[in-house]
Design a protein around this ligand. Structure first.
Ligand code: GLA
Length: 400
């Protein structure tokens, strides 16, 4: 699709800029970001595109090609839109840019995306980051990419009303091609971690028993259960509260603890009997072990040890399913089917949960078998045809 041409069709002139912001898939580190912990996402080759041109007035006209709908509002009076809720992401970004004292020009924009909505690949962060960056290109204000990500998170928390952490906006803004990003969600420091080369020749004899070797090529494969997330906002906020409750109790015994990030696995094991409410204990156990898995996973990736990385992914899924309780039947079926395919290092649910996608690390030579076997097993169990894509790690937001 030629978005420039679509802009011309809708608005009658050329766009001044075209911006792309990617969705993301998280390799490991789930529900750790709002606990000041570690995450390891990649920005993916599915994205939201914005073609835009400034206007002389303070009006914003957005045309969403995916919905075939347009919205118009004034920057002097940015209100929540109950009818066209998709526009609240852009409205929220405009609201908080203006609130920072940045005077924005009005604009005409066409928006289109291929990040599936509600599938756990962060289409909303891609919308926010693409819009914030479009305004930055048009208005030329100075904000670092980290500041841009924080502003987009604020738009989602305070304007849209979803109390998400920083991971999605951060990696959409700062992702790096062929790398995952290890993000410390407290300090917001980050390090690119190289992914195994996707095009290395396949290993001749792949066998689960011998292990997969780990130095060959591997691909990140996303499988969409097609189950759209239900209950997400309320359950997400409940998990956040349970974690905070855990922190309050652990602080009695470990006064230096500010967030679950500060509790080591050994400290947790020693104190867990003080967490009398089972759910709170389980939530804490997940987050504390998950933070450790991220750091171990990064060390394994750097050492080319994909077997270990895959095992950590599998453990992450079990912990999200049993302790954090954010999986669902469809995600479990997809993950368990993936575990059975030869050539799979590891597989887990990704994103907030309650539907959406799984992520698997698959040996290069096994990808086609993986696709076929996974699709067949999932369809047989659920009657639903899944979508399966090999993802490439891409750069964060950019001007095309
Ligand atoms: C959603 C949120 C993120 C993060 C994940 C779970 O994607 O937007 O901030 O909390 O869930 O890891």
């Amino acid at each position: 699709m030629d978005i420039r041409q679509r802009f011309v069709d809708v608005f009658g002139g050329e766009p001044a800029t075209v911006v792309r912001a990617p969705g993301r898939v998280n390799l490991i580190g789930e529900h750790t970001d709002y606990n000041d912990g570690y995450v390891l996402p990649i920005a993916i080759d599915r994205s939201v595109l914005v073609a835009a041109a400034p206007r002389d007035d303070r009006r914003v006209v957005l045309f969403a090609l995916d919905f075939g709908e347009s919205v118009e509002f004034s920057l002097d009076d940015i209100e929540h839109d109950q009818a066209r809720t998709w526009s609240n992401y852009q409205r929220g970004v405009a609201y908080f840019l203006e609130e920072r004292g940045i005077e924005l020009p009005g604009l005409n924009a066409v928006v289109v995306g291929d990040v599936p909505i509600g599938s756990g690949l962060s289409s909303s962060a891609a919308v926010e980051v693409s819009m914030a960056y479009t305004w930055q290109v048009l208005a030329g204000f100075r904000l670092s990419r980290v500041e841009l990500a924080l502003l987009c998170q604020r738009a989602e928390n305070e304007f849209v009303g979803m109390n998400c952490g920083i991971m999605d906006q951060f990696v959409s803004a700062l992702g790096q091609r062929d790398h995952a990003l290890l993000i410390d969600c407290r300090s917001l420091e980050y390090q690119p971690v190289p992914l195994p080369p996707p095009l290395a020749p396949p290993k001749p004899a792949l066998s689960k028993v011998e292990g997969l070797g780990g130095t060959g090529g591997a691909a990140v494969v996303v499988a969409d259960t097609m189950k759209r997330r239900g209950l997400l906002d309320s359950e997400y906020n409940t998990r956040r509260r349970e974690c905070e409750e855990g922190v309050r109790i652990l602080q009695r015994y470990l006064p230096q603890v500010q967030a679950l990030r500060d509790v080591s696995v050994a400290q947790f094991e020693a104190q867990s009997s003080n967490l009398k409410v089972q759910k709170v204990r389980q939530r804490c156990r997940h987050v504390i072990h998950e933070n450790e898995r991220v750091l171990k996973g990064v060390a394994a990736l750097r050492a080319g040890d994909l077997d270990t990385f895959g095992q950590l992914m599998n453990q992450s899924h079990v912990s999200l399913r049993d302790d954090y309780q954010v999986s669902c039947a469809e995600l479990d079926i997809m993950v368990e089917a993936a575990w059975k395919v030869d050539g799979v290092y590891g597989s887990r649910m990704t994103g907030a949960g309650f539907g959406g996608c799984t992520v698997s690390l698959v040996a290069e030579g096994a990808i086609e078998d993986f696709r076929a076997q996974l699709a067949a097993a999932y369809e047989e169990a659920t009657g639903i045809v899944p979508q399966i894509y090999v993802c490439r790690a891409e750069d964060g937001v950019s001007k095309l």
